[in-house]
Design a protein around this ligand. Sequence first.
Ligand code: MTE
Ligand code: MOS
Length: 780
Amino acid sequence: MNDPRPPREEAALRGGVGEPVRHDSAHLHVSGEAAYTDDVLEARGTLHAAFGLSQRAHARIKSMNLAPVRAAPGVVAVLVAADIPGENNVGPILHDDPILAAAEVQFVGQPIFLVVAESVGAARRAARLGVVEYEDLPAVLTIEDALAKQSFVIPSVTLQRGGWQAALAAAPHRLKGGLRIGGQEQFYLEGQVAYAVPGEDGDVLVYSSTQHPGEVQLQVAHALGVEAHRVAVECRRMGGGFGGKETQASHPACATALAARATGRPVKLRYDRDDDITITGKRHDYLVEYDVGFDGAGRIAGIDLMFASRCGFSADLSGPVNDRTVMHADNTYYLPAVRIVSHRCKTNTQSNTAFRGFGGPQGMLAIEYVLDEIARALDCDPLAVRRANFYGPGRDVTPYDMRVEDFVADRLFDELAASSDYATRRAAIRKWNAASPIVKRGIAMTPVKFGISFTATFYNQAAALVHVYTDGSVLLNHGGTEMGQGLFTKVAQVVAHEFGVDLDHVRVSASDTARIPNASATAASSGSDLNGKAAQAAAAAIKARLVAFAAERFQVAPEAIRFAANRVEIGDVKWLKFGELVRLAYLARVQLWASGFYKTPKIHYDPKTLKGRPFYYFSYGAAVSEVAIDTLTGETRLLRADILHDAGRSLNPAIDLGQVEGGFIQGMGWLTTEELWWNESGRLMTHAPSTYKIPVASDVPVDFRVKLWERGENVEDSIHRSKAVGEPPLMLAISVFQAIKDAVASVSGYEGTAQLNAPATPEEVLRAVTAATKRSTAPV
Ligand code: MTE
Ligand code: MOS
């Protein structure tokens, strides 16, 4: 105990806060050993379930003959709505989303009955044998139709500020237009899956691939008609969630729990890819209209924006998703006089839900589109128009009344414009295009400002439970879930830092409702902000007890005790290994575990007026994209992308960089190749990778220069002054879309508009190019 202190270099901590350590499961991911819900060892007697799905978009169920299903080989039970002992609902906010449709079906793919069989194959084959007689009802299949029929899942919302009508009327220039923005399938590599294991006396344990175990627990309890304490939900990790498992994991979880209750045996349900895409909701597609007034420098004087989104047949999270669209329609720009109208359209299609960005991307794409059109109308560089509209002194209040106190987009813009050589390249591209009749190039630079916090204020809370065992090892439990984003690694780094021990001494448990109750969804990019703070508080509580104990035992002042590099220094003379102090403290009966709790300060928000301070702070980024388009085929390719992203003082630059790269490429897929297409009877035809194209490795640009902003720092007291990074980078991909738009504009010699809808698929690019060609060759 009185050993001489080892030399400094040996005393370094491995895996503390700010170190670019690898994801804690990286070696398991690449070797295929990481255990997902479908890998949980199956208990004896496990059965498998499959849904029977609606074949109509909107119909009354006249009759249902399930005798052939029950008679099929291997079938053990068939459940319909009437067999649900509790509530037949998985709607998270409104109770409008049945587990099994009863009298009426509301979209093609809606589950009507549940087959439980001895094998996956038997369940799936039997599910096709149900004979359902429908009486068709009028179906609403498009946003336009929903608007015409005033078909909404929840009432429309209007946010306004200032005299926008007068501002529009008085503005020297005015533009009106619109665009469509497509939806997006989450395409998590691991599909929706749940495995329910019945316990004694009505208890049930559900393994669920969910971003929100606490909500799955409640939904299962409601469906079974039991109290929540009988249901435990566990999730070790997801193979991706991307928002798609924020609410919609409840559906398979409730189904398996109901089937387990009915049969007394463990039941698993894993959607196959086609079923997953057919049943579950996606990113909302939008129709946007704008009317904007501006001056000669392109500065917006007033703007009137209309958003109408496809919500599908039920509300799900459409309220908060559309609210976030409204609150991100400013992006980095000051809108002095503004009206934003938001319609939440009810359609007979899948119930759309959360997807990375949560409505923000559509709001931001709309304003970026408008600014690009303004620049084209004035024939100036879109970058200059964007900069002219930035928030700044005296122009710093958002349309929802929140002051922007941490604006850094201007600095990011200047640094990135210089490092990417934007101006020179833009000029070179124009020259190159003049000499290239078929292939055209385009370039664009766009900023990102994304509000961090759940807009539903009460969700901004988290808890953690930290155990220190007598050998000095640490087990960390918190309410967050791991979906590949590296949350577990980052929070473990926070705890390792607090105790001054190497990261390998901290192990993170699976997410489990029995360990951490009432946890919020891991969503809104706030996982590490919330759980990091809660875990820090728990570790700090244990540390305080250890300090008090050591001060007394060694008769020194508490300030003389330091936790560093796996040891505890007692003044200048003595040191112990962390585990040694822990063991002594245990023998002295010191409590070696603690809980921690955190709630985000400063935030408040009125969902009726959409005003307040919904966000604790903003995350920022900027991107420059250069593309080439083929004007004969409409094909596009991203040639180079330069990104500068502000993750504050990053908890883990390696993981954060991965989030930036992945988010950007996922956003590029949304805006270029991923197209959802329903036929005239409302059947989604793009339900497999054969027809629905997500980006692949070869779509990553050969020249990809991604950097975290070195000077980044959160002005608010976030966990170690880091910033949330999960969603914001997706919106950096708006630069890819705007670059394609720039290339299209070259076809008409950069004269006037370049109308382009998202996604900019080859068909859409070809349509836009054809329109631009006609305009440029038309007689004047
Ligand atoms: N990264 C991976 N690899 N997989 C995912 O499913 N989901 C995104 C983002 N990054 C996701 C991801 C979404 S939608 C959110 S809200 C955040 O991660 C959630 O995690 P965080 O709050 O810990 O950042
Ligand atoms: Mo992310 S869309 O908030 O799950």
